[in-house]
Design a protein around this ligand. Structure first.
Ligand code: RB5
Length: 146
């Protein structure tokens, strides 16, 4: 498994925790930054992770900002991205089962590291349910017409 990660300063510490958690599980992680708590702009990292997951062989991406809101909005502007802001195991599971999200977004100031580990596990251990494919196709059509 290969995961792309990115955050702004608000998500930096949580990103480092989740990255270490995944590496402990022998999962390959590519970190697109940021690499410190210095103030940066979340769209820059959303764009990098968005392009990585849509153009390269990543299984999915994880992005973080203070709340997960801004970076999820920005990631969803990249064609082919389905970024889901998830805040517990249930939303993480449904983001995979119903939406086949290719990026999950978490808030470094709203989610603890213990919650984040459970969220990431719930997402990774879930499977897309193909009965929802026609809805995803409709999302793609919106993208094509914009
Ligand atoms: C940055 O201070 C903060 O606005 C950002 O991390 C994020 O929460 C935006 O949605």
């Amino acid at each position: 498994m290969k995961i792309a990660m990115g955050s702004d300063h608000g998500g930096f510490e949580l990103k480092e925790e989740v990255k270490a958690y995944l590496k402990d599980k022998n999962i390959e992680v590519v970190d697109f930054g940021t690499h410190s708590t210095a103030s940066v702009d979340y769209p820059d990292f959303a764009e990098k992770v968005g392009h990585a997951v849509t153009e390269e062989p990543y299984d999915f991406g994880i992005v973080m900002c203070g709340t997960g809101i801004g970076i999820s909005i920005a990631a969803n502007k990249v064609h082919g991205v389905r970024a889901a802001l998830v805040y517990d195991e249930k939303t993480a599971k449904l983001a995979k089962e119903h939406n086949n999200a290719n990026i999950i977004a978490l808030g470094g100031r709203t989610t603890t590291k213990e919650e984040a580990f459970k969220i990431v596990d719930a997402f990774m251990n879930s499977t897309f349910e193909p009965r929802h494919q026609n809805r995803l196709d409709k999302i793609t059509k919106i993208e094509e017409h914009e």
